[in-house]
Ligand binder design. Structure first.
Ligand SMILES: [Fe+2]
Length: 391
C-alpha cells in the first residue's frame, strides 16, 4: 500500500511537470496565453487537494473512459495504469534533464563567470500602508519560503578573453513592475542601491509598469540614476501593452531623462579605446530588423544584447553577441521545494527560469527581477545583477 501511494505521488508530480510544460509553451507562444500561467499557478496549489480527493476514493472520470478511482487502480484498471506510467516517465525524465543541465551547463559557465559576492539590500518598510493590501502582504510575508522580504545585489565577474579586455561594470535591472500599492521608497531604494555601485552602464530589460498610470513614477524616480557611459533599455510585454493605450508612454518619459531606447537598434559605446555595441530587441512583441543590423557589424565585434524574453537567444544569430541580458520569467515567481519553479513563460520552461546559461559562445543571464506587484515569491528573492568584466 505504501509503495502504491509513493508511486501515485511521483506520478502526480510527473503530470504536474507535463501540464506546467504545456502552460509554459503556450505562455511563450502568445500574450493571450500568458494569463494561463495564473490558472497554472492555481492548479499548482490545487494539486495536493485533488490528490487527497483521489486518495479518498472520490470518483473522477473523463467521459466515462478514464476513471481515477483508487480502488480501480488496485484492481489493475488499464487506463489508470497508463495514466500512472506516463506520470512516472515524465517525473524521471524531468529529473534526468535537470541533472544534465546542472552538470554540463553550470560547469561550462563556471569557467567564464564567477559569483563574487552578494549584498543584502535592506529596503525598509515598503509594504502597502493602507487598504486590504496591507494585510495581504503582511500575511503573505509570514508564509515560510516567501521571499518578498529578501533583496540581493549579486556581483559577478566575467571574462571575455581576446574579445573585451577593459574593466566595465554593468548593472542589469529588469521587471520592476511599478505598482501603486508598494511605497515609492522601495523604488527609490533600488535606485540608491544601483548608484552605490558606480556603474559604467545600466541596462534595463523591460516591464517597467504594472499599471499604465504608474508612468508618472518613471521620471521622478529614475532621473536620479547615474551611469558613466549611459543607460539603455528595451520594453517588456507589459510596457508594450500600455504603450498602445497610454498617451504619455513609457518610452517618451524615459527618453526625456536621457535613457536610450534600443527597439531593434544598436548603439556604439567606446571605453578605453575598445568598442562595445549595445543592441536591443523587443521581439516577439514588436517586429524589427535587428538580425540584419547585427549581420553588418565588423567581425569580432563585442555585442551585448538586451532582450526582455530569454527565448530570443535561439532566434537571433549569435555571431558577435557575447552577452545577452533578459528578464520576463521572474525566476518562475514561485518555486516548490525539490520541484523548483514550474510556471515560466518560456518555451524552455525551468531551463530559462533564472541565472547564467551558455549558448554556443554567448552567455545568457536571466534575472529574477525586482517585481513586488504579487505578494508571493516562493523561494524566489528579488535581485539586481552587477556584472564586472575582467581580463
Ligand atoms: Fe515581468
Amino acid at each position: 500500500m505504501i509503495v502504491l501511494i509513493i508511486i501515485l505521488i511521483i506520478s502526480s508530480i510527473g503530470w504536474l511537470y507535463i501540464l506546467c510544460r504545456l502552460l509554459n509553451r503556450l505562455a511563450a507562444l502568445s500574450d493571450r496565453w500568458i494569463s494561463l500561467t495564473i490558472f497554472g499557478g492555481v492548479f499548482l496549489f490545487l494539486t495536493p487537494f485533488l490528490f487527497v480527493f483521489w486518495f479518498l476514493e472520490l470518483n473522477f472520470s473523463v467521459s466515462g473512459l478514464i476513471s481515477f478511482n483508487f480502488r480501480e487502480i488496485l484492481n489493475h484498471n488499464f487506463y489508470s495504469f497508463i495514466f500512472i506510467l506516463i506520470g512516472f516517465i515524465a517525473f524521471s525524465g524531468e529529473l534526468v534533464r535537470r541533472k544534465i543541465i546542472k552538470k554540463f551547463k553550470v560547469r561550462s559557465i563556471d569557467k567564464i563567470c564567477r559569483h563574487q559576492s552578494t549584498r543584502n539590500i535592506n529596503c525598509g518598510n515598503y509594504f502597502p500602508k493602507k487598504s486590504f493590501w496591507k494585510y495581504i502582504y503582511k500575511i503573505a510575508s509570514m508564509i515560510p519560503g516567501n521571499k518578498i522580504n529578501e533583496f540581493y545585489l549579486h556581483i559577478y565577474k566575467i571574462s571575455f578573453p581576446g574579445k573585451f579586455n577593459s574593466r566595465l561594470r554593468i548593472i542589469h535591472l529588469t521587471d520592476i513592475h511599478f505598482v501603486k500599492r508598494i511605497s515609492p521608497e522601495y523604488y527609490e531604494r533600488i535606485v540608491s542601491a544601483v548608484n552605490e555601485c558606480n556603474a559604467d552602464l545600466i541596462l534595463f530589460t523591460g516591464d517597467f509598469l504594472q499599471n499604465a498610470d504608474m508612468v508618472l513614477y518613471l521620471k521622478p524616480i529614475f532621473s536620479k540614476l547615474k551611469a558613466k557611459f549611459g543607460i539603455f533599455f528595451v520594453c517588456g510585454n507589459h510596457d508594450i501593452w500600455h504603450k498602445r493605450t497610454h498617451e504619455k508612454t513609457t518610452v517618451n518619459m524615459l527618453e526625456e531623462i536621457g535613457f536610450i531606447h534600443l527597439n531593434g537598434k544598436i548603439k556604439l559605446v567606446e571605453i578605453n579605446d575598445e568598442k562595445i555595441y549595445v543592441a536591443g530587441t523587443e521581439q516577439p512583441w514588436i517586429k524589427d530588423d535587428i538580425v540584419d543590423k547585427l549581420a553588418v557589424l565588423p567581425d569580432n565585434s563585442f555585442v551585448v544584447l538586451l532582450s526582455h524574453t530569454p527565448d530570443n537567444i535561439y532566434k537571433i544569430p549569435l555571431k558577435n553577441i557575447k552577452l545577452v541580458l533578459s528578464g520576463h520569467t521572474h525566476g518562475g515567481q514561485n518555486a516548490l521545494p525539490g520541484l523548483g519553479p514550474l510556471i515560466i513563460p518560456s518555451k524552455h520552461g525551468s531551463a530559462h527560469a533564472a541565472g547564467f546559461i551558455k549558448v554556443k559562445d554567448s552567455i545568457l543571464y536571466i534575472s529574477r527581477g525586482v517585481a513586488l506587484h504579487h505578494p508571493l515569491r516562493m523561494m524566489c528573492p528579488l535581485e539586481i545583477a552587477c556584472i564586472d568584466t575582467i581580463k
